[in-house]
Design a protein around this ligand. Structure first.
Ligand code: SF4
Ligand code: SF4
Length: 153
C-alpha cells in the first residue's frame, strides 16, 4: 500500500518511527514503497529432494527468494510494480488492485527487515537447508520421473 500523490510531500521523507507519527499522518508517507517492490505466491511445503530441487531452480533465475510465514511457504519475486513512481508513490492509486487496498501498515515491512519465520535468498541457501533437513539424497537412476511442483490454490 502506498499513499496517493496528493498526500506526498518530499520534505516529509525521513527516518520516522511508527511511534513518531502525528495524528492524520500515514506511515507510507515516509516509506520507499517497500511492499510495492515484490510479489509472493504460496507454494506447497517442500518435502522431498525433488521439491527442493525445483525451488532451487526457481531461485537460480535471480530476483527470487523463498520465505516461510506461519508454516506456509512462499516464492517471492523481486520486481517493482509498474505503477510505483520515482517518488515512491502509487501512480495508480484510484485503480490499484484489491490486494493493495487491503494491505495495511499494521505489520508491514516498513521498519522490519526480517518479517518472516525463515528467509532463503539464494539457491545455495535453499540447497544447504535441504541437506540439513532431508535424509541422504538417493542416487537418481536414468529414466527416473521428475514430478513438477504445484502452486497451492
Ligand atoms: S511497506 Fe508499509 S509503510 Fe511502506 S508503502 Fe508498504 S504499507 Fe506503506
Ligand atoms: S498498484 Fe503498484 S504501486 Fe500502487 S499500491 Fe499497488 S503495488 Fe503499490
Amino acid at each position: 500500500m502506498t499513499v496517493g500523490l496528493q498526500d506526498y510531500d518530499e520534505s516529509m521523507k525521513a527516518d520516522v518511527k511508527r511511534s513518531d507519527l502525528k495524528p492524520g499522518e500515514v506511515l507510507c508517507q515516509y516509506c520507499t514503497g517497500r511492499c510495492c517492490r515484490y510479489f509472493a505466491l504460496p507454494i506447497e511445503r517442500p518435502e522431498t529432494w525433488d521439491d527442493y530441487d525445483h525451488i532451487r531452480w526457481y531461485m537460480m533465475h535471480g530476483q527470487v527468494s523463498v520465505f516461510v510465514e506461519d508454516t506456509t511457504w512462499y516464492v517471492m519475486v523481486h520486481a517493482d510494480c509498474q505503477h510505483l513512481q520515482e517518488d515512491h508513490m502509487c501512480g495508480a492509486y484510484e485503480t490499484r488492485p484489491g490486494i493493495c487496498r487491503s494491505y495495511t501498515t499494521d505489520d508491514c515491512e516498513y521498519d522490519n527487515d526480517a518479517p518472516y519465520d525463515q528467509l532463503f535468498e539464494t539457491a545455495e541457501q535453499m540447497w544447504e537447508y535441504a541437506h540439513a533437513v532431508l535424509p541422504p539424497r538417493p542416487r537418481r537412476q536414468p529414466g527416473d520421473p521428475v514430478s513438477l511442483p504445484v502452486l497451492s490454490g
